[in-house]
Each structure stands twice: as structure tokens, then as C-alpha cells.
Ligand binder design. Structure first.
Ligand code: 5GP
Ligand code: ZN
Length: 113
């Protein structure tokens, strides 16, 4: 989608520190990290948020979790890490392209704010 920063990163039209890319999923370091490891994992297809997910997205989103597990292992986070999806403005979603935050390498309190 034109004007979407994450679509631009997926296409290689905007810079990012990529840690994974395949035909369905891209992952890269968050520009404003909230933990020593803070990655964003996104479907390559522009989906605005969880509210826009359709049954046809299931294979890509299932694959997204496989990538999350692989990255957690690659970044040595298997002691514990957190996956976060903010959906909608009240939850703090600031980029309208579905993304999963992968946070780790520090202790993470619960509940989140
Ligand atoms: P949200 O608040 O929508 O759940 O998370 C959006 C995340 O995207 C934030 O953590 C923010 O730091 C990150 N972000 C926003 N713009 C960019 C960008 O251009 N590049 C990268 N790597 N991260 C971004
Ligand atoms: Zn997009």
C-alpha cells in the first residue's frame, strides 16, 4: 500500500535492519526499541490490523509465528520473551500495518500498561 512505511520496508523502498524475509513474512529491528531485543514481524501483504484479518490470511499468520519462534531462538531468548499486537488507537497502534512486536533480553512485567 502506497504511503505505508511497513509496506515500503517490505519492498526494500525504506531502510530497515532486516532479520528475516520470505515470500510471506518480513522481520526487522524496531526503530525505537523498548527492550535490548525489539523486533517487528509483519505479513508482507498490507493488512491494517487484527480486525482486518480474513481466513485467507491464516497461512501467512501461522507462518509469522514460526518465524517468531525461529527469531526467539536465533536471538537467544528462549528463557522468555513477549509477543505483542496492538490493535486500534486505544491500544496504541501507531502503524496501520499488522505487526507483532517480539521483545526480550530483559525482564518483562505484567500486566502491560
Ligand atoms: P505500534 O505502536 O503500532 O504497536 O508499533 C509501531 C512500532 O513501529 C513502534 O514500536 C515504532 O518504534 C516502530 N516504527 C515506526 N516507524 C518505524 C520505521 O520506520 N522503522 C522501524 N524499524 N520501526 C518503526
Ligand atoms: Zn502496509
Amino acid at each position: 500500500m502506497r504511503g505505508c512505511i511497513f509496506c515500503q520496508i517490505v519492498r526494500g523502498d525504506a531502510p530497515a535492519r532486516l532479520v528475516h524475509q520470505d515470500d510471506e513474512i518480513t522481520a526487522f529491528h524496531d526503530a525505537n526499541p523498548q527492550a535490548p531485543v525489539h523486533l517487528l514481524i509483519v505479513p508482507n501483504r498490507h493488512i491494517e490490523g487484527v480486525r482486518d484479518v480474513t481466513p485467507g490470511d491464516a497461512p501467512a499468520l501461522g507462518r509469522l509465528f514460526v518465524v517468531a519462534r525461529q527469531l526467539a531462538e536465533a536471538f537467544d531468548l528462549l528463557d522468555g520473551y513477549r509477543l505483542v499486537v496492538n490493535d486500534g488507537p486505544a491500544a496504541g497502534q501507531s502503524v496501520p500495518h499488522l505487526h507483532v512486536h517480539l521483545l526480550g533480553a530483559r525482564s518483562l512485567s505484567w500486566p502491560p500498561g
